[in-house]
Design a protein. Structure first.
Length: 187
């Protein structure tokens, strides 16, 4: 990881602030950034086990009213996937258009599983996804983390936050998110 971080160079890290999830395996990354004097931000999640969109939004709004949860680095939600944390973080930062790029959810493939990354995998610089099944585990009703699959959570956020003028898009027309989000053309 250190070689990958150093490969980006000082110029890159002057313009980029890494966000790190406080989960097993990420602590080493935090200490690496500290060792290299690269500012980073640890984003803490508070998991809400809502049964449906209404319960999820009600719980999030409840948390937003309490000062302890107003700190920018505390994200709350269903806790089903990184995409959810990213969504909440973008909303908290005040973004009005959020475009999901590289999110498929219809399979268990990751971009880093492509052949061009084989050398990095062989050096154990890329982790195994350890996923089984036909769709991404966060979108599989049999493997979901909370009570809602990730597409239901993102649909919920899209509908709720649209009332605040926040728009969600997906870049990949084949993504599971394209079933309910408009497709954003990057060209």
């Amino acid at each position: 990881m250190k070689r990958l971080v150093l490969f980006k160079g000082d110029e890159y890290w002057r313009k980029t602030v890494p966000l790190i999830k406080p989960r097993a395996g990420y602590a080493e990354l935090y200490f690496l950034f500290k060792e290299l004097n690269i500012p980073c931000h640890v984003v803490t999640s508070v998991t809400i086990n809502a049964e449906n969109c209404s319960e999820l939004i009600k719980a999030i709004e409840h948390h937003n009213r309490h000062i302890i949860y107003r700190h920018l680095s505390i994200m709350h939600g269903q806790g089903v996937a990184s995409i959810e944390t990213i969504s909440n973080f973008c909303v908290r930062l005040g973004y009005k258009k959020i475009v999901f790029v590289g999110i498929d959810l219809n399979n268990t493939n990751y971009f880093y599983n492509e052949e061009r990354y084989l050398a990095l995998r062989n050096k154990h610089l890329i982790p195994s996804t350890d996923q089984v099944g036909a769709v991404h585990k966060t979108n599989d009703p049999q493997q979901k983390y909370g009570h809602m699959i990730v597409t239901d959570v993102i649909r919920c956020y899209s509908e709720h936050y649209s009332q605040e003028g926040i728009e969600f898009y997906v870049e990949n027309k084949d993504s599971a998110l394209a079933d309910f989000l408009p497709v954003w053309s990057l060209s």
